[in-house]
Each structure stands twice: as structure tokens, then as C-alpha cells.
Design a protein around this ligand. Structure first.
Ligand code: FE2
Length: 422
């Protein structure tokens, strides 16, 4: 493990002047001015910003890089995406899932992502995708930390053997249990699925991350069940609700009650602006809603909210390159997080807030914190959001794991082209 000294770096929250940051033993040991170099490798940041690394809390690595195969999603709708994925699933093999997921993870690492939570569809009797991703999780440990969620895409109860496959996934070693209550056959089945998933998570000591209310139906109210169960089972801090797009249709009185309950439960939330901006609102006339949770209100209420990338070139979203900054850029517009006092939320939604849901200790540029960092050429978060620049270097456990080299990034010995299009 290298000992690094990063000179002349701007650290958000540490004043406007650049400072020096010394790393040793995989941690940040000193932040100060004009630190003396004693045998370390020195990097001159030249006034560029140093931030914590990104934590990607919501993606689907089993489906990544399948867009266009066996044919494109011609309508761009959620339903055609689901139908396409059902066609792709029987032809999956462990090698192709492994290669596609690894490629996307290297893209993510080049953008500064060091921790990733991926949902994995377990509605497949062979659990091929899960086996491939479990292998990748172990191989990349120490470089990218991967948390895997057992995700019953076609329903825990709506899919035959869904519950048995969830049990098998638990025994194979998933980190997290998922669900999709709004996709179950009835409201009652949806409630039961949340209760069953959370009971299993408590029994087997796993985290929970449920696709919840990802629909425009304002009657979809499963997040209240998640929050109530979190309170009853004492699982605060271990439960994440993903998407919550139905919340844009809730009336004000219900939304107000719900936010209070979510806060009491200590629920984490993930919003996924890239996918949901294009998949939802398909039954609206004009004005057309966008698939958007009440993010600003949740932040103002003190909830822990992460911004996820979600799909990277799959049947639901043919775009994306795994850069969380682009998701935050879209969210900035979509959620109107543009006020000077509000914009700092955007970087926090990619760093310390998802880190808390991931279960990480302190994820900050601070003495004693793990040295998982991004070095930028730009001097501030605002400039990063305005220009969306390639990263200069990514540091994991105190060592450089990705580094820009001209128009390319060197990532784990591989070269990725990050140049802007001609
Ligand atoms: Fe998702």
C-alpha cells in the first residue's frame, strides 16, 4: 500500500485555499498546510478538488450492456423492457454476465465509484447471473466493494418459486434482500412480500433494499409498510427504499404523514433520475409528470437520500456510462436542486449519504477516514457539475486505482477511452 501525499488540493468544507493531504495505511492521516514529504509519493493537485469516492447505491449489473439484444426497445417503455429482459434471461450464461458486469464496473471505477450495490434478478431457477456476480464480488474485493441484492424482478409471490429462490440466494451469500411489492398480483400480496422479505432479512442478518412504488399509481403505498415494519422490527439504518416514484402523485396530507413515518423509521431512500425520467408518466396526458420522488422534501425532512445511476445500457435505458455525476446533473434539474444552499446536497447524494446506507464508516475527506478519494482537475463541486469532467485519479485504500492518461483512463491495467465525442 502506497503512502501518498497530495499537495495543493481543494477540499470542500475546508476553506477556499488548497491544502495538503497525507495518506498512509489506507487512511487519511493528516490534512494541513505545507506538510513535509517523508518518503511518500507526491501528487501535485494544482488546486484541483479532492472529494470522497462515489458510492453507487442502485444499479443492475446482470442486465448491463444488453441494450439492443436481441432487438431494441422500440417504445422505450418499462413494459417492453420487461418483455425484452424475459427474452434475454433464458439465454444468459455465467461468462457473459461476468464480462458485461466487469466492464461496467471498470467504467464506474474510472468515474470514481469504489462501492456498488447491484440488484440481481433471482427469478431464474438456475440463478446464473447471481453466481457470476458473486464470483466478481470476491475477485474485486479491496478495489470495488460490491453488495448484491436478491431481487425478485417478477415478484416474490407472483413468480412461481420466488420465495424458494430467495432462500437459495440467501444461502449463496447475497448481502441484501429485495422486493417489488407494486408488481405483485394484489395489494395484499405486496404487503405480504414486504413483510416476508424483512422477516428473512432479520432472521439471516441481511440488509434490505426494495424496489418500492416504482409506478405512477398514487394508490401504490408500500413504502409506508416498509417504514412501519422497520419500526416494528427495530431495523432502522438497515433498510433502503428504492425509486418511490408514486410519491409524486400523493396528496399533500398523506405525503406529510409519510415523510414523518419514514424519518421515524430511519429509512434510506434512493432516487434514480435517469431511468425514471423516461420510464414513468406514460399514462399521463399533458402536463406529463416525470417519474420523480419528492426528493427535496425528503432532504428537507432530514432523510438520508442517495442518487443512483440505475441502468447502464439495458432493456430499460439504452444510455448511460456508469458515471454517477451525470445522474446528479439530471437530478439537479429534475428536482430543482439549484439554489446555492441546496446544491451541496448533490455531491452528498453520491458520497456520504449512500455510504451510510451501504454501511460504511465515515466517508469523508477527514483525518482518520478511509482514503477512498477522487482527485479532480476542477476546483469545486459546482464546476464538476457544470462541466462533468473526466476524473484525474481515483484512490482506493490509499492507492491510485484509476488514473487519467491523456484522453484515456488507466483502470486496473486496462485503458478506457474517456475522450469527448468528436
Ligand atoms: Fe432498479
Amino acid at each position: 500500500m502506497d503512502n501518498l501525499l497530495i499537495r495543493n488540493a481543494r477540499v470542500p468544507g475546508h476553506g477556499p485555499e488548497p491544502c495538503d493531504v497525507a495518506l498512509a495505511g489506507g487512511r487519511i492521516v493528516v490534512i494541513g498546510e505545507s506538510l513535509s514529504a517523508t518518503g511518500q509519493t507526491v501528487i501535485d493537485a494544482g488546486g484541483g478538488m479532492l472529494t470522497p469516492s462515489f458510492v453507487e447505491l442502485h444499479c443492475h449489473l446482470d442486465a448491463t450492456l444488453t441494450a439492443g439484444s436481441p432487438r431494441p426497445n422500440r417504445t422505450g417503455t418499462l413494459w417492453e423492457g420487461i418483455a425484452l429482459w424475459s427474452e434475454i434471461k433464458p439465454s444468459l450464461d455465467e461468462g457473459s454476465v461476468y464480462r458485461r458486469a466487469r466492464k461496467t464496473l471498470l467504467w464506474m471505477l474510472s468515474h470514481g465509484v469504489t462501492h456498488v450495490r447491484s440488484h440481481v434478478d433471482i427469478c431464474d431457477p438456475s440463478l446464473i447471473a447471481l453466481r457470476a456476480l458473486l464470483r466478481l464480488r470476491e475477485e474485486l474485493r479491496g478495489t470495488i466493494e460490491l453488495q448484491l441484492v436478491a431481487f425478485p424482478q417478477e415478484g416474490l409471490f407472483a413468480y412461481a418459486d420466488g420465495e424458494a429462490l430467495m432462500q437459495e440466494a440467501i444461502h449463496l451469500g447475497v448481502d441484501c434482500l429485495g422486493g417489488i411489492p407494486h408488481y405483485e398480483m394484489t395489494r395484499e400480496d405486496g404487503v405480504r412480500s414486504v413483510e416476508r422479505v424483512m422477516d428473512l432479512a432479520r432472521e439471516y442478518d441481511r440488509l434490505v433494499d426494495i424496489h418500492c412504488d416504482e409506478i405512477d399509481d398514487e394508490q401504490s403505498r408500500f413504502v409506508e409498510v416498509m417504514a412501519a415494519q422497520t419500526v416494528r422490527l427495530g431495523m432502522g439504518g438497515r433498510v433502503t427504499a428504492s425509486h418511490l416514484t408514486a410519491s409524486h402523485g400523493y396528496n399533500g396530507a398523506y405525503a406529510n404523514k409519510l415523510l414523518g413515518l419514514m424519518k421515524r423509521a430511519g429509512l434510506h431512500v434512493v432516487t434514480n433520475p435517469l431511468d425514471n425520467s423516461v420510464l414513468q408518466g406514460r399514462f399521463d396526458g399533458y402536463p406529463t409528470r416525470r417519474g420523480h420522488a419528492r426528493i427535496k422534501e425528503m432532504l428537507q425532512a432530514g432523510l438520508n437520500v442517495a442518487c443512483g445511476h440505475d441502468s447502464v445500457m439495458d432493456p430499460w435505458y439504452p444510455m448511460g456510462d456508469g458515471d454517477p455525476l451525470k445522474a446528479a446533473f439530471v437530478l439537479m434539474h429534475y428536482a430543482q436542486i439549484i439554489g446555492a444552499d441546496e446544491r451541496p446536497w448533490l455531491f452528498r447524494m453520491l458520497t456520504d449519504m449512500p455510504a451510510a446506507a451501504f454501511g460504511l464508516e465515515r466517508h469523508a475527506v477527514a483525518e482518520g477516514a478511509p482514503a477512498d478519494l477522487i482527485l479532480w482537475d476542477v476546483p469545486s463541486e459546482d464546476e464538476a457539475l457544470r462541466r462533468l469532467p473526466p476524473r484525474r485519479a481515483v484512490i482506493r485504500n490509499g492507492a491510485v486505482v484509476a488514473e487519467r492518461d491523456g484522453a484515456a483512463m488507466r483502470v486496473l491495467g486496462e485503458t478506457l477511452d474517456v475522450s469527448p465525442p468528436a
